[in-house]
Ligand binder design. Structure first.
Ligand SMILES: *Cc1c(COP(=O)(O)O)cnc(C)c1O
Length: 341
């Protein structure tokens, strides 16, 4: 039978650790820096950081100061980089963070990395200024390493060229997950891996093809099983109407839990069988077409047992990143537990 929770997210720290080891091997001699922004891509930043460090990551990277502070408290010795802009430089200094200069203003009296814009067209400087004494690294970010080899090679060459005089003196880092897995030329001194650390493919395909292991399972249960007669429907807008007598299961997970409204038609797993999600996704519930009568309380796997985050992303017309970070673990929604497998 089901627990009190409407759904449970289980994060396997062993998978995170093994993915870190895989990425470290893929990166050749470069250091692996674990990107744990957005609460570890929805997996839980503290636990994921612990596993990534155990798997050989030598630094943690986040997007904001607020994300960095709890990590500093939990990991007093870890190297901790904030990749996005930070207003409160004094707080960053106090927490021994490393910052990135994303524009003309270079933070002072704190270890800083200069960001060169080589084609992302977002944060970063058009030209590298002469490094001040606070500068410890130079970086750039790839815009389409998962899809555009020509543009990616041009970015890599621009970065390597612009930073060649600094080689050996400053840490040069460029590659994200896709860059790490596909472009040895981008490895340089350190790679910054997020999505692949979680066992999600940056290429939107089967993560096993790159030796990655999904770390997240998402499970719920059949809260109600009902028989629809021909012509009866389930859900808002009557988007699913039974053509013949059909058994429908109602699962207490909806778009407010992060099971997005555009996931109609995706598959979940019920008793080992791929089972389609039918009708409109509600705020708090989805309907699945069982094709047979099953007891209430039967387990439903939303992610896992062969159903990947990439599968859902494809149906929703988005990327795995958005599905993973969209899962809501607030009170009353998915409960998150970790295990060390
Ligand atoms: C998020 C982020 C990464 C990690 O990208 P993945 O594709 O998840 O590996 C690396 N570098 C920067 C600057 C980022 O913002």
């Amino acid at each position: 039978m089901h627990a009190v929770e409407r759904s449970t997210v289980t994060v396997d720290l062993g998978a995170i650790r093994r993915n870190a080891e895989t990425l470290r091997r893929a990166a050749g001699g470069a250091e692996l820096w674990a990107v744990v922004k957005a609460d570890g891509y929805g997996h839980g930043a503290l636990e994921v950081s612990r596993a990534a460090l155990a798997g050989g990551a030598s630094a943690l990277a986040v997007a904001t100061l607020a994300e960095a502070l709890p990590l500093r408290a939990a990991f007093p010795e870890a190297r901790l980089l904030v990749m996005g802009p930070v207003e409160d430089v004094a707080a960053a200094r106090e927490a021994r963070l490393e910052l990135v200069a994303v524009g003309d203003e270079v933070p002072e009296d704190v270890p800083v990395h200069l960001k060169l814009d080589t084609g992302m067209g977002r944060w970063g400087l058009a030209e590298l200024p002469a490094p001040t004494r606070d500068v410890v690294g130079v970086l750039s970010h790839l815009a389409s390493a998962e899809s555009d080899p020509d543009f990616t090679m041009a970015q890599i060459e621009r970065f390597r060229g612009a930073t060649a005089p600094l080689a050996g003196r400053l840490t040069r880092h460029l590659a994200n997950s896709a860059g790490t897995l596909r472009y040895p030329e981008a490895h340089l001194d350190a790679v910054r891996c997020g999505i692949a650390l979680y066992g999600i493919s940056p290429f939107g395909r089967d993560p096993a093809a790159d030796g990655l292991e999904p770390a997240l399972r998402w499970e719920s249960y059949l809260a109600l099983v009902k028989r629809l007669q021909p012509g009866e429907s389930t859900g808002y807008g009557r988007r699913y109407v039974a053509e013949r007598e059909t058994w429908i299961g109602i699962v207490p997970v909806g778009y407010a839990d992060g099971f997005r409204r555009d996931l109609t038609g995706t598959q979940v797993v019920v008793e080992g069988k791929p089972t389609p999600v039918v009708g409109t996704v509600s705020m708090d519930a989805i309907a699945v077409e069982l094709g047979r009568r099953l007891p209430t309380g039967t387990a439903v796997t939303l992610v896992g047992e062969g159903v990947t985050i990439e599968d859902h992303a494809r149906v929703a017309g988005t990327i795995g990143y958005e599905i993973a970070t969209g899962i809501v673990t607030a009170p009353g929604r998915a409960r998150r537990v970790v295990r060390d497998g």
